[in-house]
Ligand binder design. Structure first.
Ligand code: MG
Length: 250
C-alpha cells in the first residue's frame, strides 16, 4: 500500500532529508586517498546524532554501521571498516539515511578519491544525470514506468547497464515503503504517480554486466565481472508543482 503524505508530513520529512543530505555532503568531503571507510562512517554518525536524529541504516536488518560505503566494483551495502583504506583513483559510493520527526530521508552519491580514470568519471556522470532524468518524470499523472524508463534509456544509451536485483522504493515513516521503483521499465506502465507520494529514486549503474553477487558477509553487493559501479539517490516528493528533491542539503 502506498502511503500518501500531506503537505505537513512532507515538511516534517524534509527535515530528516536535510540531515541526511548534509551527512552525505560531509561524508563525501571526507572521501580522500588514505582515509578509511570507518573514519567516514564515524563522521556521518556523529553528524546525524548531533542533529538529534538516528542513522536509519544502523541496525536495520542487522546492518552494523550508519553509512553503506561501497568502493569501485562494490555496488551497494559495503560495510565500513578500519582496515579499508581508500586509494587514489577509487570511486566511493556513500548511501546514508537519517530518521527524524518520525520520518526517514535516504540519499546516496558516488565520489571520486583523487584522480579517477575517465571511464570512472563517465560512469559517475551518467549515473548522476540518469537520476535527474528519472526525477523529471516524477509528475502527477505520469506512471512509475516513465521514471524507470528515463533512467534506463539514459544510461544504456551511454553503454552502461542497470542493476536489476536492487531498486528504489517509497520512503516515509518506514525506510522502505511501497512502491518499488526499478531503474528499468516501460513508459506509461505501472503505478500512476500521485500528489503526496514520497519515493527514493536510486539508479545503481554498472560499467559492465548488470549481474551482481552478494559477498559471504551477507551485505556487500559486487558486480559479477569486477567492473565499476556507481550509485546516486535522492528522496523526492511528488507535488502539484512537480517533483521536489527533499534530500537537498541547502
Ligand atoms: Mg534507498
Amino acid at each position: 500500500m502506498i502511503s500518501l503524505k500531506t503537505e505537513r508530513q512532507i515538511k516534517l520529512m524534509r527535515e530528516a532529508c536535510i540531515i541526511s543530505a548534509r551527512a552525505l555532503r560531509l561524508g563525501g568531503e571526507a572521501v580522500q586517498p588514505g582515509v578509511t571507510t570507518q573514519e567516514i562512517d564515524n563522521i556521518v554518525r556523529k553528524y546525524i546524532e548531533g542533529c538529534g536524529a538516528t542513522p536509519s541504516f544502523l541496525g536495520y536488518g542487522g546492518f552494523p554501521a550508519s553509512a553503506c560505503i561501497s568502493i569501485n566494483d562494490e555496488v551497494i551495502h559495503g560495510i565500513p571498516s578500519s582496515k579499508r583504506v581508500i586509494k587514489n583513483g577509487d570511486i566511493v559510493s556513500l548511501d546514508i539515511g537519517a530518521f527524524f520527526n518520525g520520518y526517514h530521508g535516504d540519499n546516496a552519491a558516488t565520489f571520486a578519491a583523487g584522480d579517477v580514470m575517465p571511464e570512472a568519471q563517465a560512469l559517475m556522470d551518467a549515473t548522476r544525470e540518469s537520476l535527474y532524468q528519472g526525477i523529471a518524470q516524477a509528475k502527477v499523472g505520469n506512471r512509475l514506468g516513465d521514471i524507470s524508463y528515463a533512467i534506463q534509456r539514459y544510461v544504456e544509451d551511454r553503454g552502461f547497464s542497470v542493476v536489476r536485483d536492487f531498486v528504489g522504493h517509497g520512503v516515509g515513516a518506514n525506510l522502505h515503503e511501497d512502491p518499488s521503483v526499478p531503474n528499468y521499465g516501460t513508459p506509461s506502465r505501472g503505478v500512476r504517480l500521485a500528489k503526496g507520494m514520497t519515493i527514493a529514486i536510486e539508479p545503481m549503474i554498472n560499467a559492465g554486466t548488470e549481474k551482481i553477487k552478494v559477498l559471504p558477509d551477507g551485505w556487500t553487493v559486487k558486480t559479477l565481472d569486477g567492473k565499476l559501479s556507481a550509485h546516486f539517490e535522492h528522496t523526492i516528493a511528488i507535488t502539484g508543482d512537480g517533483p521536489v528533491i527533499l534530500t537537498n542539503p541547502d
